[in-house]
Design a protein around this ligand. Structure first.
Ligand code: SAM
Length: 227
């Protein structure tokens, strides 16, 4: 029986890479990663030399067998993504399921995750929340938003800088423009920004900028929330 390690990596600040994550990465036989170049830089920075093999959303169905072959052969394997916690809007679920099914051990080295980082920063209720991740870009997007009409939990969305205003407007149309929300932009990075306001105010704040850059997480209060 071998071990599949799911290892969180920094979402911007390399100082967030835990000593335990680095130690485990130094011990495994191989590292499955989304982009061998991105992860190569990370491992090089921490002077970790390991064989890397690609495991991303377009090949994970095929690559899962290569990963389990290694586990079956007695090698411990680590799975990392480009940033943050694998399996959270990132590859991971298929590999973890296969490892469980084949009787291997699964061990997670927790760490940065953009979703929970933004939630913790939002000052919105965090006792119950739902993670919506990325909405579909076209087909099914409207339906997904409408399904949230009566959602009372705090909601977490990932969105690109190109569509963040569009998302805010779509949510405003369904939830009302006075719904409290908070975006985390460039979390843990030099130009980190955490802005909490109503959906209408967030739209204005972004629309008045000459350009919208960086990575965004949007956290939105549930129905019935008042302060
Ligand atoms: N698995 C990752 C995690 O646990 O954070 C998330 C991967 S998902 C493919 C990437 C999205 O996460 C980005 O498009 C953005 O919405 C969000 N994200 C990642 N890093 C971020 C950061 N430093 N600041 C704000 N949002 C971030």
């Amino acid at each position: 029986m071998s071990t599949l390690y799911i290892i969180a990596t920094p979402i911007g600040n390399l100082g967030d890479f835990s000593p335990r994550a680095r130690e485990v990465l130094s011990q495994v036989a191989a590292v499955a990663c989304e982009d061998t170049r991105t992860s190569g830089f990370l491992l090089h920075h921490f002077e970790i030399k390991k064989p890397l093999f690609s495991f991303h959303s377009h090949n994970e169905h095929k690559r899962v067998n290569a990963l389990t072959d290694l586990l079956d052969g007695g090698s411990d394997v680590a799975l990392i993504s480009d940033a943050g916690m694998p399996a959270i809007s990132d590859p991971g679920f298929l590999a973890v399921r296969a490892a469980h099914q084949l009787g291997h051990t699964v061990s997670v080295i927790p760490g940065p995750c953009a979703a929970t980082t933004a939630l913790a920063a939002s000052g919105l209720p965090s006792d119950r929340f739902c993670f919506e991740g990325f909405l579909p870009q076209k087909k099914g997007r409207k339906t997904r938003v409408e399904l949230l009409t009566d959602e009372t939990r705090t909601m977490i969305f990932f969105e690109s800088p190109y569509r963040i205003v569009k998302l805010l407007k779509e949510l405003s149309a369904v939830f009302g423009e006075d719904r409290q929300a908070c975006f985390g932009r460039e979390l843990t990075k030099k130009f980190e920004e955490i802005r909490r306001a109503t959906l209408a105010e967030l739209i204005v704040s972004l629309e008045e900028r000459p350009s919208i850059k960086g990575e965004f997480v949007l956290v939105v209060a549930g129905k019935d929330y008042t302060e």
